[in-house]
Ligand binder design. Structure first.
Ligand SMILES: Nc1nc2c(c(=O)[nH]1)N[C@H]1C(S)=C(S)[C@@H](COP(=O)(O)OP(=O)(O)OC[C@H]3O[C@@H](n4cnc5c(=O)[nH]c(N)nc54)[C@H](O)[C@@H]3O)O[C@H]1N2
Ligand SMILES: Nc1nc2c(c(=O)[nH]1)N[C@H]1C(S)=C(S)[C@@H](COP(=O)(O)OP(=O)(O)OC[C@H]3O[C@@H](n4cnc5c(=O)[nH]c(N)nc54)[C@H](O)[C@@H]3O)O[C@H]1N2
Ligand code: SF4
Ligand SMILES: [Mo]
Length: 700
């Protein structure tokens, strides 16, 4: 790689002294980069966590957050003993108890509820760790055996994944390492300087080699500032922009007719749909100029190879699935897939031959068909599900901070008749509501195996140090609970290695010979796909083609073609609401936090300083708000307090408020989710965090 990166590597390896050991790991966090780590251990203590210089996409560099992983691991706030609640719910007062007391009592309480109706038990987990072992491996097995309510794990990627499923056949796409040779890169609904720094390094290298970079984002992010062009469309208008591009590509006959006729389905119908999207209408809906639409279409039609890096920013609105579907049609129209450096990438999850049913052992359900609870709707579910939820077991997630409509989530968790168990590193907002708070190991303390969703590697994580205090890994706790509940199925006592082996098809062609052994020996393996996997079609759809027209959607009674569905909360769909709450709010990640993780790491908290929001100077002036004022952001669901920044980096009619602080760490004890809603997306039943109208006023 470049010399700047090489310098960082040599300083990273410099402080290793004789007697130190260096252990290979993998970053556990919900981030497309899934970095390969090198953990230096001296006298049983991890003294540094660095990026592995030998791993191609990590290239020896970590983000600021995970460079602080030892600070987080050895934080004096780490939970180190099991604890039982002594105060009221939410007060966060606990007394230490032994593991035996805690687990025996939890097992007895869950068994008693299950004897009445196991669906009254709900696991709640997401991506605190993305590992196959400490993620869903053993937890899901236990809850399946119990017949507990199933959790729809939809809070992040399901709308986009579903949009891709109907179009390309799954979460498939380009090899991220190929972007370096692209000559046009659209960075669409993504802020990689914050959320995927290794992709940004690749895009920078492509730029040095002559690529044109265009950001498509309502906010002029750090990334957008460094691109050649920035198109600041209104949130939730991406499908309109994609249809507008199709309109021009078709009208000006910039189509790769050979690719379209061989490898796509439904061009004639798509052309008819796109005909309605002339530049004037597109520009009006997106809140941009006609010239921006024309110029983007011109670039996309003429610059080769053309690559699109989508991320999740564009799919947190009602029309999310359709938006991703519309964008996913573009590369096939111009035959961009022919080139290894052309096509698109949202998530590459399905480039790894995963075997989910074996991983979580769905057969443990037996004949039980429990109800599903959508994790986005946890607020309503805790307050109104019928039959009621009587117990929640939370691991790898902080729902009180991350789920929408906080007031309801908090009221739900505050129910005195709810039995709550939380497995955690720290006393988060959710932990404050626990009846039992159990100390979990961090990535330095347990074994795991990770696939990525932004590259084609599967990585091993070896434990570097012994568990701190009495911390135990998730898999270990769930195995122990299963024993105490009297379950004898071998799948509930599977070793960590066995869980990892169950998670993918290690004997597949994509994995290659002796895949598991090579992964353990070398630290990672790369999936063996052709560099341009869809140059000759071969999409994992029913037709094997890119499906502009989806027969499956038609059969399900849905629109078989992609369309623009306006935000539920917008002047298009709800003018009455827009009159009361005229500003659209988006709440993307803060650079130094990872969702609500790292918020309590002092150095990172100090860098982010305080909960902030940003308005356009005109919108601020109309409300008498000056830069630096304390403001209240509110709607009918609730409100939060933030420090206002006034800047034209935020377009008119928009508020940007960065997440995700812990409620208890900000003035007014409410983060951005105080105002977000529980409504679901068009596809994939996902969240609509960025489909949210608000008003802003000065405080005091
Ligand atoms: N530092 C850091 N990194 C992270 C995370 C974190 O919290 N902090 N979170 C991780 C996780 S869980 C995820 S899912 C990924 C998220 O990764 P990304 O989806 O890349 O998230 P962001 O960096 O917020 O970029 C989203 C961008 O989309 C823009 N946006 C908002 N609404 C729209 C819209 O309607 N259309 C378009 N075109 N753009 C829109 C926002 O302004 C923002 O700049 O990042 C991961 N990486
Ligand atoms: N308003 C708004 N809300 C959002 C978003 C947004 O953009 N705007 N983004 C959404 C997105 S993309 C996502 S992915 C979700 C993320 O939601 P979550 O997956 O809940 O992510 P985190 O907030 O990082 O919480 C993860 C928790 O798991 C814990 N943890 C980590 N490793 C382990 C382990 O090994 N064992 C145990 N027991 N615990 C562990 C961490 O300490 C942390 O508290 O939030 C969503 N919420
Ligand atoms: S959070 Fe992302 S960029 Fe940071 S170390 Fe982990 S995988 Fe790498
Ligand atoms: Mo996410």
């Amino acid at each position: 790689m470049t010399s700047a990166i090489a310098t960082k590597v040599s300083t990273a390896t410099q402080d290793v002294q004789p007697g130190d050991t260096v252990i290979r790991g993998a970053c556990p966090h919900d981030c497309p980069d899934t970095c390969a780590l090198l953990v230096t251990v001296r006298d049983g203590k991890a003294i540094r966590v660095a990026g592995n210089p030998d791993h191609p996409s990590t290239a020896g560099v970590l983000c600021t957050k995970v460079s602080r992983y030892t600070e987080r691991t050895y934080s004096r706030d780490r939970l180190l003993t099991p604890m039982r609640r002594v105060g009221r719910k939410g007060e966060g007062r606990f007394e230490p108890v032994s593991w035996d007391v805690a687990l025996d009592d939890i097992a007895a309480k869950l068994k008693a509820i299950a004897a009445r109706d196991p669906q009254r038990i709900l696991p709640y987990s997401y991506a605190g760790t993305m590992g196959w072992v400490q993620g869903e491996g053993m937890g899901s097995r236990l809850f399946h055996r119990l017949g507990a309510s199933l959790l729809e794990r939809t809070i992040c990627s399901s709308p986009g994944t579903t949009g891709l499923l109907y179009t390309l056949g799954g979460a498939v796409g380009m090899d991220v390492e190929q972007f370096v040779n692209a000559k046009l890169i659209l960075i669409w609904g993504s802020n990689p300087i914050t959320s995927s720094v290794h992709f940004w390094a690749i895009a920078q290298e492509a730029k040095r080699r002559g690529a044109k970079l265009i950001a498509i984002d309502p906010h002029r992010t750090d990334t957008a500032q460094k691109c050649h062009e920035h198109i600041a469309l209104m949130p939730g208008t991406d499908a309109a922009l994609a249809l507008g591009l199709m309109h021009l590509l078709i009208a000006e006959d910039r189509i790769d007719h050979d690719y379209v006729s061989r490898y796509t389905v439904g061009f004639a119908q798509l052309a008819e749909r796109a005909a309605a999207w002339n530049p004037a209408r597109t520009a009006a809906v997106c809140g941009i100029t006609e010239e921006q639409v024309r110029s983007l279409a011109r670039d996309y039609a003429t610059i080769r190879p053309a690559a699109i890096r989508l991320n999740y920013g564009m799919q947190r609105v009602y029309g999310a699935g359709n938006a991703v579907r519309a964008v996913a049609c573009l590369p096939a129209l111009i035959g961009a897939w022919r080139d290894p450096a052309g096509g698109m990438l949202l998530s590459s999850s399905h480039m790894v031959p995963i075997t989910p049913a074996r991983h979580v052992q769905t057969q443990l359900l037996g004949t039980a068909r429990p109800r599903s609870i959508n994790m986005v709707e946890i607020g309503d579910a805790l307050l109104a599900a019928d039959p009621p939820i009587e117990a929640v077991v939370v691991y790898n997630s902080n729902p009180v901070a991350v789920a929408p409509e906080s007031d309801k989530v908090i009221r739900g968790f505050a129910r005195e008749d709810l039995f709550t168990v939380v497995l955690e590193h720290f006393q988060t907002d959710t932990a404050d509501y626990a009846d039992y708070l159990l100390p979990a190991t961090t990535q330095l303390e347990h074994f795991d195996v990770h696939k990525a969703y932004g590259h084609w590697y599967v990585l091993a994580n070896e434990p570097a140090i012994a568990p701190l205090g009495q911390a135990r890994s998730n898999s270990d706790v769930f195995r122990d609970l299963a024993r105490r509940m009297g379950f004898t199925e071998p799948a509930l006592q599977a070793s960590d290695e066995q869980i990892a082996r169950d998670a993918m098809d290690w004997d597949s062609a994509a994995a290659g010979p002796d895949a598991y052994q090579r992964m353990i020996r070398d630290g990672w393996i790369k999936m063996a796909h052709p560099a341009a996997p869809y140059a000759q079609g071969g999409f994992p759809t029913p037709s094997g083609k890119c499906e502009f027209y989806s027969e499956r959607l038609a059969r399900e009674g849905q629109d078989p073609l992609p369309d623009w569905l306006p935000n539920r909360e917008s002047r298009h769909a709800n003018p009455t609401l827009a009159a009361r709450y005229p500003l659209a709010m988006i709440s993307p990640p803060a650079r130094h936090f990872l969702n609500s993780s790292f918020v309590n790491v002092e150095s990172l908290q100090a860098t982010e300083r305080e909960q902030r929001c940003e308005l356009h100077p005109d919108d601020a002036a109309a409300r008498g708000i000056a830069d630096g004022d304390q403001v209240r952001v509110f709607n009918d669901r609730g409100s939060f307090v933030a420090r206002a920044r006034v800047s034209d980096r935020t377009r008119r009619d928009l508020v940007v408020a960065w997440g995700l602080w812990w409620h208890k760490l900000v003035p007014g004890a409410r983060n951005v989710n105080a105002v977000t809603g529980q409504a679901l997306t068009d596809m994939g039943r996902g969240p609509t965090f960025y489909d949210c109208l608000v008003e802003v006023e000065r405080v005091g």
